[in-house]
Design a protein around this ligand. Structure first.
Ligand SMILES: CC(=O)SCCNC(=O)CCNC(=O)[C@H](O)C(C)(C)COP(=O)(O)OP(=O)(O)OC[C@H]1O[C@@H](n2cnc3c(N)ncnc32)[C@H](O)[C@@H]1OP(=O)(O)O
Ligand SMILES: N[C@@H](CCO)C(=O)O
Length: 305
């Protein structure tokens, strides 16, 4: 939340220069407050786990948030019960005439397919197009970041020789960007994917900026200059044991998979992995909700764009 201080206090100029969010009295006086309306398009097979992870992060905010859970109507879920979807989820056609302050599109285990072979791709394209006019800011996570960068900007998806799997150190590629406010100079994020986004395509696109990256895991955070679209290639929302669970699952299937990097103490999978990315995850979501959603969205959501 912004600090409200008198218009003429000297600290105002100093803090504004440091990109600390300061709101003067006249602006604060005119600010109306209402709950935020956020939609989560959950493409993960493990929907209950993912919705819990994302709600935990969204819930860590002083703002009231009304959440609408969406699943793709063109895909029949094998791993989430129809009862769960019927009780808690809706579909895009039910909400397409509404506007949202924020939209989160999750990852999906379809990264090794062509986008066009994913059975909800046509529906997702419609949702991506709709989001440009009907959502103040959209956060795309993991596969959704690859899909969104491809759909909106033609950025290619690239296969990796080995799965990018582990918890990697990241650094900031930009200063004074609101999404990065309060980030440590080095922070950690889990990644778990077989594909990457083309850095070259992102760098050649004047509408995109790389905000954070990792020597080992590559590009992590990308945004449009206006912050309406945020692309997150890792899984900051993952629980402490998500990577362990994926690793154990793949070993049980007999897959030839490397141990997640920088995860288990001394790379020993019998030891308990510490979660070292929680603070980053909370800050990323808090910054997005505050600066890109709450501060940007109009009070009268029906009236924008
Ligand atoms: C790059 C990223 O975004 S990473 C995020 C993805 N990570 C995860 O989902 C981790 C957890 N998931 C898992 O461990 C596994 O997917 C499991 C255990 C849930 C199921 O795995 P499997 O039994 O091997 O595969 P299964 O045949 O059930 O299909 C898995 C999922 O692939 C997706 N999928 C497969 N084929 C298609 C297709 N043609 N079109 C769209 N989605 C498809 C679906 O989401 C499907 O699950 P769902 O029907 O419940 O939505
Ligand atoms: N995170 C995924 C890989 C990408 O589909 C998994 O290991 O299940």
């Amino acid at each position: 939340m912004p600090i409200k201080i008198p218009d003429s206090l000297p600290a105002k100029e100093i803090l504004s220069g440091e990109n600390i969010f300061v709101m003067d009295e006249s602006h604060a006086f005119h600010q109306d407050i209402r709950p935020l309306r956020i939609a989560i398009l959950n493409l993960m097979p493990t929907k209950e786990t993912t919705e819990t992870q994302l709600l935990r992060l969204i819930g860590n905010s002083p703002l009231q948030v009304d959440v609408v859970l969406l699943h793709p109507s063109s895909h029949t879920s094998k791993n989430t019960s129809a009862e769960h979807l019927k009780s808690f989820y809706t579909t895009f056609d039910e909400i397409s005439d509404r506007r949202f302050d924020g939209l989160i599109v999750t990852g999906a285990p379809v990264e090794q397919m062509e986008f066009e072979d994913v059975n909800y791709w046509e529906e997702l394209k419609v949702i991506f197009e709709w989001s440009k006019k009907n959502v103040t800011s959209t956060m795309h996570i993991c596969w959704a970041a690859q899909a969104g960068l491809y759909y909106h900007f033609g950025v290619r998806k690239v296969s990796l020789p080995d799965k990018c799997f582990g918890v990697f150190p990241h650094t900031l590629s930009h200063n004074n960007v609101k999404l990065l406010r309060g980030f440590d100079e080095v922070f950690h994020v889990p990644h778990s994917r077989h594909t990457d986004v083309s850095r070259e395509d992102i760098e050649n696109n004047p509408d995109l900026q790389i905000l954070a990256e990792s020597e080992e895991a590559g590009v992590y955070l990308v945004s449009t200059h206006d912050g309406k679209q945020i692309f997150v290639t890792g899984h900051s929302e993952y629980d402490p044991f998500s990577l362990k669970w994926e690793y154990d699952r793949d070993i049980a299937k007999g897959m030839d998979i490397e141990i997640p990097k920088h995860y288990y103490p001394k790379d020993d999978p019998t030891r308990t992995p510490p979660a070292v990315w929680r603070a980053h995850a909370n800050l990323l979501f808090a910054n997005w909700l505050n600066y890109y959603v709450y501060q940007e969205t109009p009070y009268d959501i029906g009236a924008f764009i």
